[in-house]
Design a protein around this ligand. Structure first.
Ligand SMILES: NC(=O)c1ccc[n+]([C@@H]2O[C@H](COP(=O)([O-])OP(=O)(O)OC[C@H]3O[C@@H](n4cnc5c(N)ncnc54)[C@H](OP(=O)(O)O)[C@@H]3O)[C@@H](O)[C@H]2O)c1
Length: 322
């Protein structure tokens, strides 16, 4: 395992574990998955993973409970990251919700407490006042944000009066927006970009195609899995396979190596089984050559999926099986 080179109290592994899948029916993994989830966490610990990401929203608290129980006595050794869903993120609410999350996780302190997304109405001034008081009493270690643009991230830092260590955003080969400003800022200021959906929810694994889309509500709502987009992704997946073969690796591992190339980026892929966790952890060791990286960038740029409003009628048709 590799770790980010930053002055954090505990090392942060380049590959973390995302746990939205835990206790969340919408992934369609069934009741058996809860036991597997605990095995995934234990295996991740064995492999040197130190970053475990959850949120109060995931399974309405079930993900936090499953993660906390699976970590057991190892909770204090790793970076437990959770998120507040900012329905009314004024200071007293932030404080209450952190206490509730810590109780579900079974921890005395949340190592990284993140604002799940920017609230369009409530300013970060009051949210960060709540965060600061949580840090002052030791219930929260580092503060983070999620789905923030650069301006608002920096505003949140000014409001907190301390570093907002991380911004958790969608970042993968086919969602490269963070490369424009968030990643350069993280590198220059000593912050971290946490890449969520780094496998584009499994699209980049190459496991799915137009005749074999994934099950579950989450991915039915993701336009990348429209038959047309799976078809359009064929050349990109072929490039991933080519690079993967040279490393005796899988397309998913190469997709992770792509985002991890930036020193201040960590990725938190979810996993449906222990073997995926093992492969994802191993991806932290893969170094892409400049030529390989350039080939991946070119293939990713050439991929033109149907997204946004244009995707809506197609998704309705796919849902109706037409
Ligand atoms: N802050 C936010 O707003 C936000 C939003 C979304 C996610 N997140 C966080 O980010 C985490 C990861 O994002 P995500 O779950 O949306 O997407 P992801 O990590 O890109 O995709 C996860 C899925 O990819 C497949 N997969 C994982 N490893 C694989 C491997 N080695 N080989 C083949 N397939 C593999 C699995 O599905 P199958 O095996 O079923 O194909 C798995 O459930 C979440 O768990 C959550 O913690 C945060």
């Amino acid at each position: 395992m590799r770790y980010v080179r930053l002055d954090t109290p505990k090392p942060i592994s380049k590959i973390g574990l995302g746990t939205w899948q835990f206790g969340s029916r919408e992934w369609g993994y069934g009741p058996e998955y809860e036991r597997r989830a605990a095995e995934i966490v234990r295996r991740a610990l064995d492999l040197g993973v130190t970053l475990f990401d959850t949120a109060e929203l995931y399974g309405f608290g079930r993900s936090e409970r499953i993660l906390g129980a699976a970590l057991g006595d190892d909770r204090g050794k790793v970076v437990v990251a959770s998120k507040i869903f900012p329905l009314l993120p004024v200071a007293p609410v932030v404080q209450q919700r952190a206490v509730a999350s810590a109780a579900r996780l079974g921890v005395d302190g949340i190592d990284l407490y993140q604002v799940h997304q920017a609230n369009p109405v409530v300013a970060d001034t009051t949210t960060m006042r709540g965060m600061r008081s949580l840090q002052d009493v030791g219930l929260v270690g580092e503060v983070g944000v999620s789905n923030y643009g650069l301006r608002r991230w920096r505003f949140a830092e000014a409001a907190l009066g301390r570093r907002v260590l991380s911004n958790q955003v969608r970042y993968s080969m086919i969602d490269r927006g963070p490369e424009e400003d968030l990643i350069p800022y993280a590198e220059q200021a000593g912050r971290i970009v946490i890449a969520y959906s780094p496998l584009a929810q499994g699209f980049l694994s190459g496991r799915y195609d137009a005749t074999n889309p994934p099950a579950g509500a989450v991915r039915r709502a993701n336009p990348y899995f429209l038959p047309e987009n799976l078809e359009r992704g064929t050349a990109l997946i072929a490039t991933l396979r080519e690079v993967a073969d040279a490393h005796d690796a899988t397309p998913s591992q190469i997709a992770l190596a792509y985002v991890l190339r930036h020193p201040n980026v960590v990725a938190i892929p979810g996993a449906s089984g222990v073997e995926q966790m093992e492969r994802n952890a191993a991806a932290a060791e893969i170094d892409l050559t400049d030529d390989e990286y350039a080939a991946l960038v070119a293939a990713a740029r050439a991929f033109r999926p149907v997204t946004g409003l244009a995707a809506v009628p197609r998704m309705v048709r796919a849902r109706l099986g037409r």
